[in-house]
Design a protein around this ligand. Sequence first.
Ligand code: GRF
Length: 195
Amino acid sequence: MKRRVRTAILISGHGSNMAALIEAARSPDFPAEIALVVSNKSEAGGLAIAKRAGVATAAIDPKIYAGRDEFEASIQVMLDIHRIELICLAGYMRILGAPFVNHWRGRMINIHPSLLPAYKGLHTHERALADGISEHGCTVHFVEPELDAGPVIAQARVPVLAGDDADALAARVLVEEHRLYPQALAKVAEGLAGQ
Ligand code: GRF
């Protein structure tokens, strides 16, 4: 059987994208194995989902560390213990420092709810609706120190429909996120497995 790339998912909340990645990786043919889920919030709903799926979890509270470097060093220890080779950010709501991002360059990916480079940052659906655009979507990209700016791996598009509010639009985009992220992870993991 082909080598599967040991992958960690970083979350802060519901973890619906995380759940989609775990589900896809249940197939033995999937080129990534989800070996660890890390949350910066102990109450993140995604932690329970990961535990139920038999995935190792860690909740690491940034408040108990002197600063960002110490907090991220603690995440790195967990990643090392689990021999992680690739990171997926999935609704991880803390900015990562440049040393951590540079260490993982080319091996850390993120999903963002807009068609990047449009609508970097927060409240993407509200801003898209305010602009009256007709097409919106989501992007999986490599993570670079500049927020939401790394090379694009894959995108999915959805129409903006008359009468949409931010929740309706977010729900339509989220369906595509759950389809797109496993595909993008598979593509990146296949590339790494071949190295
Ligand atoms: C998703 O819309 C993702 O694109 C964004 O945050 C949301 C996380 O949702 N970065 P979930 O935690 O995966 O359910």
